[in-house]
Write a protein that binds this ligand. Structure first.
Ligand SMILES: [Zn+2]
Length: 118
């Protein structure tokens, strides 16, 4: 897996707002999703926007449910638990769990953790 940060076009705060408003085409969505995976600064930016917006229909959880496609795989979660993921991926999963608070991945992680404990 190679890093392709340099090939990702610049994402503006306006792009992120549009991402949250779901006014993007599928192509743009995919572009922003992959940029979010690769760029910690962009994730911080998104977290800031989410914080500001975290009310009513724009709760973090509500938004994330729609973008579940971004969830890491169970294999990735297992590697994350074992601390065997490369830094950018581990960072992304931490962001996904802590900032986005994805209930699905948290449940998966808990499950993996209890399986591991046995
Ligand atoms: Zn998830």
């Amino acid at each position: 897996m190679s890093d392709t940060v340099s090939s990702v076009p610049l994402i503006t705060p306006q792009d992120l707002e549009a991402f949250l408003d779901e006014t993007l085409t599928e192509e743009e969505l995919a572009r922003i999703e992959s940029a979010l995976r690769e760029q910690p600064t962009l994730r911080r930016e998104l977290a800031r926007i989410l914080e500001r917006r975290d009310q009513g229909e724009h709760s973090v959880a509500a938004i994330w449910r729609r973008f579940q496609v971004s969830c890491p795989s169970r294999e990735e979660l297992a590697l994350f638990l074992a601390k065997k993921l490369p830094r950018p991926q581990a960072d992304y999963i931490r962001f996904h769990l802590e900032v986005i608070a994805c209930a699905i991945c948290q449940a998966n992680l808990d499950d993996l953790q209890s399986a591991q404990a046995q």
